[in-house]
Write a protein that binds this ligand. Structure first.
Ligand code: BG6
Length: 495
């Protein structure tokens, strides 16, 4: 049995979509595993005037999957309390403090508090300052803050937010979520790199020609235009998820698998991001927006036709770019990244292409390609290694062979979801899978330079929905004599 955690968890944004889709199911799974048992309570806060009974229904509905036992769901929901709350009203924090103190007693929690900011970012700073001024942090147990993205809009706003959070919480009490760090296959990157002698020695500029990172989505902007219009693909996906994946792929070996040692090595990567001036940013980054397309007789709307999107919106829904790291291991190795909405299919995958052998013994058949390793993050999870082998027959041509492994989909589906891992990390006080200010600040500075270059553009390039982006994204590699390894043609329409 895992050790039971004790905490009063206060969720700002308790009536929201994230809470219902991700947080309540994750908390329920922790409850099923015994990480949360008797000694915990959750206070959901939001503006809406809900009763505890209604809140219990919301929580029960959120966790009522096929395998949920009704009695267990009921018992779980009894740990939830709702407090209608205006985040700008100091008096409300006093009510919240009193409720938290009462629940702390009732469930014998021992003073541990988790504050979870799971709402629109406009009030993060207001909440943090009230938590301090109204004394919601306890002296008895731990106090931890979980904060969702977006962590700022650019470097200046991220810094202002960080300054305001650190006025209330110590840095080691702040857990900045990047849900990609909770994914099974992202965590696996470190095991893969550092626990396989065959890769450890070749994971560098001497053997690797280029790295490609694709985070492709088939869905459009969905109901999130209000947020997305201001963010766009660069801030929404590159500043955080892509940069984190990049750092896991390229960081030197940490001394140990601890938060401090991992951060030390990740910081080396962030410090090595080659900064771009305006001209370099324009040359190395591509933005675009999806336009309507006909797929299988169905019209897929363009971004500007989506609900809540301005008809002349200049928000990019696609980004491709080339990133260089000025560090000895990676000097000269381009890292090509791309991400976008309404692309051909949903897939997160990484390909490392190795340099060709200097003096091949056999003639290369036309089909042969350099060796490459692809790591599949989602939806399928696994690896494939493409090698060259002799073609069957009397000749001596080489052709590509593929070694392929995929996690069993049933076992993969049963593994804990990202939020379950991350919340359990917070309860344990483990910062390994969270982003730190040093990484965020470096990544924002890099992104700001690209954003500055784009702000000079007057037109927004486009790509038809259900394709892999604009031609410029392909030209980006072609001019270096390379191409995207993954070029899916089969369209999988998202709902
Ligand atoms: C979120 C972005 O951080 O990540 C969304 O805000 C995006 O726009 C999502 O859809 C993708 O996450 P995943 O886990 O589905 O790849």
């Amino acid at each position: 049995m895992p050790e039971e955690s004790r905490a009063v968890i206060i969720i700002f944004g308790g009536s929201g979509d994230l809470a219902s889709r991700k947080l309540y199911p994750a908390l329920f799974n922790l409850y099923r595993r015994g990480v949360l048992a008797e000694h915990f309570a959750v206070i959901g806060t939001a503006r809406r005037p809900w009763s505890d009974e209604h809140y219990h229904e919301v929580v029960a509905n959120a966790v009522a999957g096929a395998h949920a036992d009704a009695e267990q769901v009921h018992a779980f929901a009894q740990h939830f309390f709702y407090q209608s709350h205006d985040v700008t009203d100091a008096d409300h924090y006093i009510t919240l403090k009193n409720l938290a103190a009462k629940l702390d007693d009732q469930f014998a929690v021992g003073g541990n508090r988790v504050f979870y900011m799971a709402m629109a970012p406009d009030f993060f700073e207001t909440i943090a300052s009230h938590l301090k001024s109204e004394h919601l942090l306890t002296d008895a147990g731990f106090n931890r803050l979980i904060i969702e993205k977006p962590f700022g809009h650019d470097y200046a706003s991220a810094k202002a937010l960080n300054d305001s959070l650190t006025a209330t919480f110590d840095d080691d009490q702040i857990f900045r979520i990047d849900h990609y760090l909770g994914k099974e296959m992202i965590q696996n990157l470190l095991a893969f790199r550092f626990d396989n002698a065959i890769f450890e020695g070749v994971w560098n500029k001497d053997f690797i020609d280029n790295i490609q990172i694709t985070l492709s989505e088939a869905v459009g902007v969905e109901e999130r235009a209000g947020y997305y219009e201001k963010a766009g693909a660069l801030r929404d996906m590159v500043q955080n998820h892509v940069m984190q994946v990049l750092s896991y792929l390229t960081m030197p070996k940490p001394k140990s698998f601890t938060a401090t040692d991992i951060l030390t090595e990740k910081d080396k990567v962030f410090a090595a991001l080659r900064p771009y001036d305006l001209a370099a940013a324009k040359a190395n980054f591509v933005q675009a927006q999806y336009v309507a397309a006909q797929i299988d007789g169905k019209t897929v709307p363009g971004y500007r036709q989506e609900e809540g999107v301005a008809p002349d919106s200049q928000t990019p829904t696609f980004v491709a770019g080339k990133i260089l790291l000025d560090m000895p291991q990676w000097q000269g190795v381009p890292i090509y990244i791309r991400t976008g909405k309404r692309l051909t299919r949903k897939s997160t995958q990484i390909t490392l292409t190795f340099k060709p052998v200097t003096a091949p013994l056999f003639s290369q058949a036309e089909a042969s390609r350099p060796d490459s390793l692809t790591i599949y993050i989602e939806p399928s999870e696994g690896y494939s290694l493409q090698l060259n082998g002799k073609a069957l027959g009397t000749g001596f041509d080489v052709e590509p062979d593929e070694l392929r492994y995929r996690h069993d989909p049933t076992a993969a589906a049963a593994a804990p979801e990202a939020y379950e891992r991350l919340i359990s990390n917070v309860l344990e006080g483990d910062q390994t899978n969270f982003t730190h200010w040093s990484e965020l600040s470096a990544s924002w500075r890099f992104i700001d330079a690209i954003q500055a270059a784009w702000s000079q553009e007057t037109t927004m390039p486009t790509y038809p929905a259900a394709t892999m982006g604009p031609k410029a994204a392909f030209d980006l590699l072609e001019r270096d004599g390379r191409e995207w390894f993954w070029q899916p043609r089969r369209v999988q329409l998202a709902d």
